[in-house]
Design a protein around this ligand. Structure first.
Ligand SMILES: [Zn+2]
Length: 442
């Protein structure tokens, strides 16, 4: 059975088609056009919407939805030190509840493909990674979970307390097990696993090197935090005598199978190097502003030819999960940094939120509305009070703070309709996350 989406404006990522349509079969886009539409078994008509490629979230920590609002005015290291003991209490149930909230919010805001970087595995609490994958299936998100890790505890000079770090042989064995169980490399895949030691200040160089070798043995991607704060840079200089990117290059993290979160404190040569080797950067403007981490040099990265996507980062440093908002923030922040209104235009911001994120995650079958791509589509209303009458609708959606999405389609399935989630009960998720947050607060 085929599916047809009609919209007042279809923005494919490169073209803008008035009164356009997208024709889908078996989750794949088979035609995009305007004028008389083809026959289809199911039709969704959104004359008051802009339909665009489903948004892509290239960095997140979904368990953090249950620990929002802590250390509202601290630096990254202050914030982490306060939260590690709270995170030490998580179990499969709290991860499930938090992930349902995070994924529901992402879907309701037009995100169709998301990663999650889960790196807290308290001793004796099984099933955390499994819970994330099950929630993505339940809610209908295209999902790239990262098996994260921490192994460098305080007693060995790391930042996290010893109580939340794992043994390295156990990390590597569990990572391999999760890849074998869940990673699907096929085109159109709904689940791909990545390997993601947390950061240079919470894992050993040996684990970074071993993780890269493991990922390459299995043909999966590599992810970590890098160059997020000057504290991290000082840590790397003092402990390893290297700048963060130099350290990662020494450890074999060079290539187009790597994407880093943040990439703020990079010098000119490092920006050129990132672009040259095809490494991705997930820019997380809300989190970076919240923590006062600095401003990613997005324009310079793009000019150098780097792959740049957007991430919401964990909700404990954002208090939200809205990729359209990150596109809005990225646009404004780039202009503040450059003191120029031409620094990042709306279409470039949407490219970060779609194709750019898909490139970070290694997806050439997602991120635009073209024949042969997966049918991941977000429709935003433009006849409401916030947007009605704005001259340039694609620009309007990035210049104004975003609204919730009206209709969201993942792999040809409608998961949000009339601004409501079809795959779960939003009210129930909110009640459960309130109870879980209270329990974790202790
Ligand atoms: Zn992060």
């Amino acid at each position: 059975m085929s599916f047809l989406l009609k919209a007042g404006l279809v923005y494919t990522g490169t073209r803008e088609i008035e009164n356009g349509w997208v024709h889908v079969r078996h989750g794949e886009i088979i035609a995009v056009g305007s004028g008389p539409p083809p026959q289809a078994g199911e039709v969704v008509d959104e004359p008051n919407c802009v339909a665009m490629p489903g948004l892509v979230n290239a960095h997140d920590h979904m368990y953090q939805w249950a620990t929002r609002g802590y250390v509202p005015d601290g630096t990254l290291f202050q914030w982490l030190r306060a939260l590690y003991p709270v995170w030490a209490r998580i179990d499969a149930d709290s991860v499930r509840v938090a992930a349902r909230a995070a994924m529901a919010k992402l879907l309701l805001c037009g995100c169709t493909l998301s990663t999650d970087h889960h790196y807290v595995f308290p001793h004796g609490r099984p099933g955390l990674f499994e819970a994330l994958v099950e929630v993505a299936r339940e809610l209908g998100v295209r999902f790239h979970p990262c098996r994260g890790s921490m192994s460098l505890g305080e007693s060995r000079g790391g930042l996290p307390p010893d109580s939340v770090v794992e043994r390295e042989d156990a990390i590597l064995a569990h990572t391999e097990e999760m890849i074998a169980r869940y990673h699907d490399p096929k085109p159109g895949s709904m689940c791909r696993v990545a390997v993601a030691p947390c950061s240079p200040f919470s894992v050993t160089p040996e684990l970074m090197r071993d993780s890269a070798a493991l990922a390459r043995r299995h043909g999966v991607r590599l992810h970590t935090h890098l160059a997020e704060t000057l504290d991290e840079e000082h840590f790397c200089q003092e402990k390893f005598g290297r700048r963060p990117l130099e350290l990662m290059e020494d450890l074999g993290w060079t290539g187009d199978d790597v994407w880093y979160a943040h990439g703020i404190h990079l010098n000119d040569a490092e920006i050129d190097r990132i672009a040259e080797v095809g490494t991705g950067i997930a820019h997380c403007p809300s989190s970076n502003m919240r923590l006062g981490a600095g401003v990613c040099r997005v324009e310079d990265l793009l000019r150098a030819g780097a792959r740049v996507g957007l991430g919401v980062d964990g909700a404990a440093s954002n208090e939200d999960a809205n990729i359209a908002m990150e596109a809005h923030q990225a646009l404004l922040l780039a202009r503040v940094r450059a003191t120029s209104p031409t620094a990042l235009d709306a279409r470039a911001a949407w490219r970060l939120a779609t194709r750019g994120g898909a490139e970070c995650l290694g997806r050439d079958d997602c991120g635009s509305l073209e024949v042969g791509k997966r049918a991941d589509i977000a429709c935003f209303r433009v006849d409401d009070l916030a947007h009605a009458g704005i001259k340039d609708l694609v620009a309007a959606l990035a210049l104004a703070p975003p609204a919730r999405a009206q209709t969201v389609i993942v792999n040809g399935h409608v998961v949000v309709r009339d601004g409501r989630l079809l795959t779960a009960d939003e009210g129930e998720i909110a009640r459960e996350v309130a109870a879980t947050s209270a329990r974790l607060a202790g």
